[in-house]
Structure formats: structure tokens, C-alpha cells
Design a protein around this ligand. Structure first.
Ligand code: GDD
Length: 243
């Protein structure tokens, strides 16, 4: 176990209020994780805070700086390419804003390392609805989005848009990352769908998602639209141009 190399990728845009605390919370976990921040030129100086912390955490804290907001999906793709190049064994996706509890990284890791999962998903909807502080409209949208994804594509997961995950390296190695198209929540659906179509074992681990106290969500109408039409495009793509 101790030889495993674990990388937590956190995409950031305007997360100056959260970034130091989330990095410290991950660094304090009982087993070592490395962290890669992929920042899109946040005007609030998120990247500068990361650079300052690099002095303290040295080789455990990494930063990719990109110019301008390019979307969560492309930030993760940049992070995945970094992870494969540097041969990490387990690669995690996580938000910067504490909506994902850093302690749950350990449970996702165990599900992959000991539980036979190739992809472990921190899932809000395995046992009821485990979301705190979201407006009811957002809970309903998110919950039924997963039902919609299942209906159209057959993807057998309860939380299709979840953004808290652990991939065993072999999953990312098997995916042509240059063919991953979507940039918002549809990206989260697309990655799960491709992994499932390729026959990887997916396990959902129940987690509690707590909406952020600091900063704001980057959700937009464009992101919702991309997800609605993206699911249909994914289904068609799988018929005409299998993954
Ligand atoms: N680099 C980069 N990071 C971004 C961008 N947009 C958002 N992020 C970062 O991505 C993370 C999630 O963004 P939020 O805007 O906080 O997401 P959310 O609305 O709370 O959505 C959450 O739930 C969705 C499902 O309901 C998930 O699909 C999503 O991944 C996330 O976990 C945060 O760390 C945020 O800074 C971007 O364009 N570029």
C-alpha cells in the first residue's frame, strides 16, 4: 500500500477562500496523498496561494496554470495526462470547496485498492439523497439527471454527475483522453459511461455532499444544456463509433 502513488486533482476557478484549507486537509490525512491544482488563471489569486504553499509541501503539491476559464472537464483532462505521465497508481477527482469531505478520499481509495473497483464514485444517491444545503431545485435537477442518464444510456450508477472519484490508473490509460468532449457536468457522465462501456468495475461509495460555504458554484445554463444533449450524443456515439 505505501508504495502506491496517489494524486488528487482539484480544478480551480476563483477558489482563493478555500484553496489553502482544502490542501491542508488533504495533506493531514493519515496516509500520504499528492495534490495537483489545475487553475484557470483565477483573478482572485488562487494560484499564488498554491505557489506559496509549495514551499511548505514541496514535492507533494503540484500546479498547472492555464490561461482563462476553460471548463472543469478540460482541467481534469490536463490533470489526467499529468498523472499518467508521472505514473500515479490512483488518481482522484475532487472539488476545492469542501463539498467533498477529504476524509472520504480514504474510502474511495480502499474501494479501488481492496474492494475490487477500477473506478470508485463518491455517490450522493445510493442510500436516499445525501446532500446538505443545496436549494431543493438543484437537488431535484441533480437527482433526476442521474435517472435520465440511466434511462437513455443504461449507465448503472445512482449518481451520474458525481465529481468525487478514484480511478485506478488502468482506467485512464485505456481511454483516449483526446476524444473526451464535454467540459461541464456532462464530462462527469462521459467519463463514467466510457469506463462502464469498457467493462471496468464501478463501485459507488455513499458520501454526504455539503454545499460550499465560501465562493460560488460555476454552474450555468450552458453546462446544464450540454449535459441534457450530451447524454443523447454519448448514446449515439457509442452506437456509431464505439469507445
Ligand atoms: N480549472 C477550472 N476549474 C473549474 C472550472 N469550473 C469549475 N471549476 C472548479 O471545479 C470544482 C467544482 O465546481 P463548482 O462550480 O463548485 O461545482 P458545483 O456546481 O458545486 O458542482 C458539483 O456537483 C456537480 C454535480 O451535481 C458535479 O458534476 C461537479 O463536478 C461538482 O462536483 C471547483 O473546485 C471549481 O473551482 C473551470 O472552468 N476551470
Amino acid at each position: 500500500m505505501s508504495q502506491d502513488r496517489r494524486l488528487v486533482i482539484i480544478p480551480t476557478y476563483q477558489e482563493a477562500e478555500n484553496i489553502e484549507a482544502i490542501i491542508r486537509a488533504i495533506m493531514a490525512l493519515p496516509i500520504p496523498f499528492e495534490v495537483l491544482i489545475v487553475d484557470d488563471g483565477s483573478p482572485d489569486g488562487t494560484a499564488d496561494i498554491v505557489k506559496k504553499l509549495q514551499g511548505e509541501f514541496e514535492s507533494r503539491l503540484h500546479l498547472i496554470e492555464r490561461s482563462g476559464k476553460q471548463g472543469l472537464g478540460t482541467a481534469y483532462i490536463a490533470g489526467f495526462k499529468y498523472a499518467l505521465k508521472h505514473r500515479y497508481d490512483y488518481i482522484f477527482e475532487m472539488d476545492a470547496d469542501f463539498s467533498h469531505n477529504p476524509q472520504d478520499l480514504l474510502r474511495l481509495y480502499e474501494a479501488c485498492r481492496d474492494g475490487g473497483a477500477d473506478l470508485a464514485i463518491g455517490s450522493r444517491y445510493v442510500t436516499g439523497v445525501n446532500v446538505i444545503n443545496w436549494p431543493m431545485s438543484r437537488v431535484v435537477l441533480s437527482y433526476f439527471a442521474s435517472k435520465y442518464v440511466r434511462l437513455i444510456t443504461g449507465l448503472p450508477v445512482h449518481d451520474a454527475t458525481a465529481g468525487f472519484k478514484c480511478y485506478a490508473r488502468r482506467v485512464l490509460e485505456s481511454i483516449n483522453l483526446d476524444r473526451v468532449r464535454f467540459i461541464g457536468y456532462a464530462f462527469q457522465i462521459e467519463m463514467k459511461y466510457i469506463a462502464w462501456k469498457k467493462g471496468f468495475a464501478i463501485r459507488e461509495i455513499p458520501v454526504i455532499f455539503t454545499d460550499r460555504s465560501n465562493g460560488t458554484s460555476k454552474m450555468s445554463k450552458g453546462i446544464i444544456k450540454e449535459a441534457i444533449f450530451g447524454v443523447i450524443k454519448l448514446k449515439l456515439r457509442s452506437i456509431f463509433k464505439p469507445f
